[in-house]
Design a protein around this ligand. Structure first.
Ligand SMILES: Cc1ncc(C[n+]2csc(CCOP(=O)(O)OP(=O)(O)O)c2C)c(N)n1
Length: 566
């Protein structure tokens, strides 16, 4: 018999906090939440089921937060992780912090003890908002059930203010579980609660940059991560081709130009920045990766374009600063300069030739190590084999210390959006969660991930999640049974007898670990075995780990120079 009671009719018009949260996630286009369960947050799961949002459960909250970060980077949409109160939220702190430094728009929702038990010592109660405030663009408590959807929308709005970044919301258990009349709760509609505006840059400054680029004899441009964030690939390509400018790429900007493109440069960067008369920096701060700006010629005219006003001119004087979205600014500059360059004359041509020679010289110097047949395997040989293995559809993820420093010099993604690293926080352990996000956000891509054995150990148990969700990828562990990047610094500072303190790992057979969890795994000890093993991993159709035993006494030049501390 149909239940037609008064109570039942009233219930139909009531909605809980968790269901309101799910409606707001849906309105933002969130297709998946990454989570590890807890009693404080289960009503959000229930709402997600109703809204058709996938609930992907992982083995550690750090993984959930990194996966949300990765998802945001790859889709341009916000990622979302939902974790329980107390330890669930503290476990996710590292992932949020990483997204903060990497300018990644993700929302972390944390549970909280009931409002009615505020500061009474309820289960898992902690001051989450205080903890999250310094590492987010916005952190708040949802004070009332009727505000749940509205505040999720508010958090998303804040994620996109200036350069993007993470937001945090905690929702007390009684606020989440309570039901309110549906017509009393604002549920912001898709596209109606935040602006779609991108900043175009001041037209006068755009004109000034166009003039500088026309007049320069030795220009160079660095395409940083915001080139990808702003989806400025086409605008950047058009600019360098129209204005005859050599381009260097870093972070997520890698792959903007494919290897082999006449304007793609990599190994001659230091030479170019020491000798250029005009350097244009697009969407990357003067942080440690840029020697705080000190590695640019003091005589060069320096122009900085960034989404964040606070980044422009930070740590180093600039001659022109433009706040705006890289796609709009670069397109406008090309337009303002078009027809005025005519190839840039002989001097420009000579400059490009000079850089090509510097590029070739650096490559020739490195070639013997890239092709080394030495046993144990030289890390350069491993990363060179990986580079050759990548196709246009391969998304490359680097997670480790020294081995990833090696790969940064050699691995060249063949298309934009095909490079992921932690970003300036340098967080080890992003690899497995980034694989998870990448396989879900971009199922069309093959994912190839290189791990240091130390880095893999941090979040490696979620390899099981990749098996459970049937997400095949090619994983490679550069196994040196050490935390080598740190070991080198200890050796240099304290000598050989003390170089082994706190950095030695076991000889772990990660291939067996992969097989134990239901994936594909094999071990490699000889250089000639690398490529066939990678091919078999690709063909396996499973999450895989190729455990490559590499020379523990080989260090990357960047590690030996300790450039990250300079
Ligand atoms: C979460 C985290 N903990 C510690 C560090 C410091 N750290 C930087 S590199 C490194 C060594 C990493 O070892 P591994 O992944 O095996 O790579 P290897 O340097 O041996 O190639 C460590 C511990 C960090 N960056 N992130």
């Amino acid at each position: 018999m149909p239940d037609d009671s008064q109570e039942s009719r009233e219930n139909q018009d009531l909605i809980s906090g968790g269901h309101l949260v799910a409606k707001a996630l849906k309105a933002e286009g969130v297709e998946v939440i990454y989570t590890l369960c807890g009693g404080h947050i289960i009503d959000i799961y229930d709402g997600c089921v109703d809204e058709g949002i996938d609930v992907v459960d992982v083995r550690h909250e750090q993984v959930a937060a990194h996966a949300a970060d990765g998802y945001a980077r790859l889709t341009g949409k916000p990622g979302c992780a939902v974790v329980t109160a107390g330890p669930g939220t503290t476990d996710a702190v590292t992932g949020v912090a990483n997204a903060f430094r990497a300018e990644s728009p993700m929302l972390l929702i944390g549970g909280q003890g009931a409002h009615t038990q505020h500061k009474m010592g309820s289960l898992q109660d902690l001051p989450h908002v205080d903890m999250m405030t310094p590492i987010t663009k916005f952190a708040a408590t949802v004070p009332d059930t009727a505000r749940a959807a509205d505040m999720v929308s508010m958090a998303f709005r804040e994620c996109y203010h200036g350069a993007p970044g993470p937001s945090f919301l905690e929702i007390p258990r009684d606020v989440l579980d309570a039901k309110v009349p549906a017509d009393k709760a604002r549920v912001p509609k898709t596209g109606n609660y935040r602006a779609s505006t991108r900043q175009a840059g001041d037209p006068d400054d755009v004109q000034k940059l166009a003039d500088l680029l026309v007049q320069a004899e030795r220009p160079a441009i660095l395409l940083g991560s915001q080139t990808w964030t702003c989806r400025a690939t086409e605008a950047a390509k058009e600019l360098v081709r129209t204005l005859n400018v050599p381009a260097y790429m870093n972070g997520a900007g890698r792959g903007t130009l494919p290897p082999g493109d006449p304007y793609h440069f990599q190994l001659s960067r230091r030479y170019a920045f020491s000798n250029a008369d005009l350097i244009v920096i697009v969407g990357t701060p003067f942080d440690f990766r840029m020697g705080y700006g000190k590695r640019l010629s003091p005589d060069a005219t320096v122009v900085q374009i960034d989404l964040d006003y606070r980044t422009v001119g930070k740590n180093r004087d600039i001659d022109l600063g433009i706040v705006g979205s890289a796609d709009l600014v670069l397109s406008a500059v090309t337009q303002a300069a078009s027809g005025r360059l005519n190839g840039g004359g002989d001097k420009r041509k000579a400059w490009l030739e000079e850089l090509r020679t510097a590029e070739q010289t650096a490559l020739d110097k490195r070639l013997p190590q890239l092709r080394s047949d030495a046993s144990p395997i030289h890390p350069y040989r491993l990363v060179s084999e990986i580079n050759d293995f990548l196709t246009e559809d391969s998304l490359y993820i680097g997670d480790g210390g020294d081995i990833v420093t090696f790969s940064g010099q050699v691995v060249q993604p063949k298309a934009p959006g095909n490079w992921m690293d932690p970003g300036p926080l340098g967080t080890l352990g992003v690899g497995v969660p980034f694989v998870l996000a990448a396989k879900q956000a971009r199922p069309d891509k093959e994912v190839v991930a290189l791990f240091g054995d130390g880095a893999f150990s941090l979040t490696g148990w979620d390899f099981e999640t990749l098996v459970r969700y049937d997400l095949p990828f090619v994983g490679i562990v550069g196994n040196n049974s050490s935390m080598n990047q740190i070991r080198y610094g200890q050796k240099a500072k304290y000598g050989e007898e003390r170089e082994r303190v706190g950095n030695t790992l076991g000889d772990v057979p990660y291939d067996e670990f992969a097989r134990m969890l239901g994936g594909h795994g094999e071990a490699v000890r000889e250089p000639s075995e690398i490529r066939p093993a990678l091919e078999r991993a690709r063909a396996s159709g499973k999450p895989s780990l190729v455990n490559v035993w590499i020379d523990p006494d080989a260090y990357a030049p960047g590690t030996m120079n300790q450039t990250m501390y300079k």
